[in-house]
Design a protein around this ligand. Structure first.
Ligand SMILES: NC(=O)c1ccc[n+]([C@@H]2O[C@H](COP(=O)([O-])OP(=O)(O)OC[C@H]3O[C@@H](n4cnc5c(N)ncnc54)[C@H](O)[C@@H]3O)[C@@H](O)[C@H]2O)c1
Length: 406
């Protein structure tokens, strides 16, 4: 049998690592993206974002002949596609915004031959394929499949290989063919089910995380009022054999956990009550941090202009800042007093917000109080430089004298 050839549509945080893993697993891969600049960068052998171990995967994939294009005409003879484009939500209706998926699917459908396999890997709300993709299939039959991704930035290379996965397909034989392609690199268990179950499981998994984080965050507020140390409460409670409370933080960001639960709230507004509350609790945290920091600033006689934010990304040691709690905090400050904070993030090579400093020492020279919003390794390695500063550590990552925590 001929080697399987796959086109991956969307060279972002998910599509690129998947393409590299497939290539290294022995599949012929073409990486396709509308963004011609991104494709040019990849063709030059450069990565478009930072991720541990990704360059090694890229080097191997280059040797194995991965190719990239931004020209859809190059794909006319292909018959196996994996779509990994963004799936944001509509901030008013809370429903999924399927426009990227619809547009990517339509362009592929217009050029692919009868019988092609089109896998949607983007996270989609339950029923999206039936409601928005299937109606686009006219006389030309194609096989629709959903194979959501579970990897986490910061540990993508390991998780791509070891996580288990779900494949939703209309037809078991097609499901098996897709499973074979993913098995080229995935050593985890691969379950085949219906499309709608696959859609539901992905969103439900991320919602589970959001609810559990919200519980820890709500405990922060309760323990503050009760005058007890939330970390001690969580540590002691977790000694119970059936309790495992997560660690609180400054909120939830990223493209998945802070977005996907809204899909359920948007589609099932009467039923998704706990899910909605969890989202609201997590979204309230950046503002709550500011309230706590204000008290510390007042106590230490520090002006708001001398407060700085450390960490703009939504997770430690990654350069992805989408929906991050720091950006939510900055937006809140802009709305309330049209001002920004001085900020710094060692993972970012370009300025993304007003007031952002690119050098840690310059940042420190401009502030008296540092709000630690992210526990990058950089901070742990340079914590001695915080000497003389007032620090509010929302991540419970610093063991230095006098640091304020929840
Ligand atoms: N980032 C994560 O950690 C993560 C984890 C699991 C699942 N997901 C899901 O994976 C999907 C992709 O997310 P991402 O983080 O990789 O997004 P991303 O924004 O990093 O990348 C998407 C890419 O798709 C390209 N694109 C958009 N429309 C296109 C089209 N019509 N044709 C070709 N290319 C097109 C964009 O130019 C971009 O390069 C989303 O549904 C997301 O929810 C993301």
């Amino acid at each position: 049998m001929n080697k399987e050839k796959v086109v991956v549509v969307g060279m972002g945080y998910i599509g690129l690592p998947t393409s590299l893993a497939l290539t290294n697993g022995g599949i012929d891969v073409v990486g396709y993206d509308l963004d011609a600049r991104k494709i040019e960068t990849l063709k030059k052998g450069q990565l478009t974002f930072k991720e541990d171990g990704l360059m090694d995967l890229f080097e191997e994939a280059k040797k194995k002949g991965i190719s990239f294009t931004s020209n859809i005409k190059d794909l006319v003879n292909e018959n196996f596609f994996i779509i990994s484009v963004p799936t944001p939500y509509d901030k008013d209706s809370k429903k999924i915004d399927p426009s990227y998926v619809v547009s990517a699917f339509s362009s592929i459908y217009s050029i692919c031959p009868e019988g092609s396999i089109i896998v949607i890997e983007s996270t989609i709300s339950p029923g999206t394929i039936d409601k928005t993709v299937r109606p686009l299939v006219k006389e030309k039959h194609v096989n629709l499949v959903h194979c959501p991704e579970r990897i986490i930035p910061g540990n993508m290379v390991y998780e791509l290989k070891h996580n288990s996965r779900t494949i939703g397909a209309d037809d078991a034989e097609i499901g098996e063919r897709v499973k074979k392609v993913y098995s080229s690199f995935c050593e985890g268990n691969i379950v085949i089910t219906s499309i709608k179950v696959a859609e539901m499981t992905k969103v439900v998994e991320n919602t589970f995380r959001d609810i559990n984080i919200a519980y820890a965050n709500e405990l922060v507020k309760i323990c503050e009022k009760a005058g007890v140390d939330v970390y001690e409460v969580i540590r002691i409670s977790n000694a119970h054999p059936r309790v495992n409370i997560l660690q609180p933080g400054p909120g939830v960001g990223g493209h998945c956990i802070s977005v996907d639960p809204w899909f359920l709230v948007g589609d099932y507004p009467m039923e998704a009550n706990l899910i909605k509350q969890a989202r609201l609790i997590n979204d309230s945290m950046p503002e709550y941090v500011l309230t706590r920091v204000s008290k510390v600033a007042e106590k230490n006689n520090i002006s708001f202009d001398r407060i700085g934010i450390y960490g703009l990304t939504y997770k430690e040691n990654v350069d992805d800042f989408r929906e991050s709690p720091s950006l939510q905090m900055l937006e809140f400050r802009q709305q309330t007093c049209s001002k920004s904070f001085v900020s710094f993030d060692p993972m970012l090579e370009t300025k993304i917000v007003e007031g952002q400093e690119m050098d840690f020492k310059t940042f420190l020279s401009k502030v008296d109080l540092v709000i630690v919003m992210q526990n990058h390794k950089h901070l742990l390695d340079n914590k001695n430089l915080l000497k003389g500063k007032i620090v509010f550590d929302t991540k419970n990552c610093l063991d230095i004298d006098g640091v304020y925590k929840y």
